[in-house]
Write a protein that binds this ligand. Sequence first.
Ligand code: PMP
Length: 407
Amino acid sequence: MPVMPEISQRAQSLGTENAFVVLAEVNALARQGKDIISFCIGQPDFPAPVHVQEAAIRAIREGKHGYTPSAGIDPLREAAARYMSGMRGGLPIRPEDVVIGAGAKPFIAYAILSTTDHGAGDEVIYPNPGFPIYESQITACGAIPVPVQLKEDRDFAFDPAELEKLITPRTRLLILNYPHNPTGGLLSRKELQAVSSILQKHPQIWVYADEIYSRLCYSGEFFSIAQLPGMYERTIISDGASKTWAMTGWRIGFASNPRLAPAFTRWITNTESCASQISQWAALEAINGPQDAAEMMKQSFLDRRNLIVKILNETPGISCRTPGGAFYAWPNVTEACRMVGAADSEEFRKRLLNEAGVAVLADIHFGARVPGEGQHLRFSYAASRQAIEQGIARMADFIRENTRKVA
Ligand code: PMP
């Protein structure tokens, strides 16, 4: 055997977003002619607003084709600073504190890389279940992942007392995400205050506030941990265009922190150079232009949230909390698994896909299962009302038919 060059341990151990893996399964079944209703994809089911599309076309026609500064074009940094501040009680965010990225996702790695050192035993606390890229990047960056468990009886917030127990002198970064993927959960102002008072005792900890779903908050105004006394300077606020203006493929995110902005800019110079110039001009229009499309989409998600939660709760063996934000429902299917004889949510998910033609993600796609918390599935309800009604009806039939067989 010829000696081959090795692939690094880091690359081999890199995690992924299983949504993409399940999506490949769904596409393979669809190619075989199977009729699949999918609740897998975490993105708005709308096109970007027309005035945003036009701004992009204008940018192309006006020859805006070159690199931009790594931190982004000045007008967009200014607009994003104003926008992020306006959404967060008028925080003193300056344009120079804001960095534009190719989506909000790259800032997860940049934040970990800028606050921890490889192999130094630095710890990062992150929500579990949670967006899988947190754990994957913490590990790939050579830090130690420390999950904080979210609790169904707290509507998928964590218990601040449990957070406190996880903090050590090695903790460098706390990742928060609300509205939350995959549960749709929020952290109340009271819970954020509790977190902030814990953090006052540990000044070495940065916070990464992943607020990509900030505009999709259904119960009152969005509130950021950065708004609490002493939190602004140590919080990296991350937001972006993907979810608010249905621009996931355009790849525009914004992150702000007065001390870390120069480090983030340098990471961008070392990786993608800059976000797409065309998309930056489009995002400028998204922020500065009319907001009716964003408001319409939010209202539409809220209507569909109410629909899916209602019919999930009418389904045998399933109970679903009402998620306060984003476009995800995270029903508890422990009893449904028992009824159909599925060992766990992942077996249930596979059978649902293959036997009922309904594609969802399972809790294990978002981290290790939380002991005592039961089995869950994630439904992205950014699907048509008809798909929601038919998909859940198929699942209900599947449960009823298979319960009879087991009984
Ligand atoms: N954070 C969370 C919690 C997300 O769900 C997503 C998108 N699924 C992102 C970050 C990344 O978004 P973007 O498209 O801006 O990279």
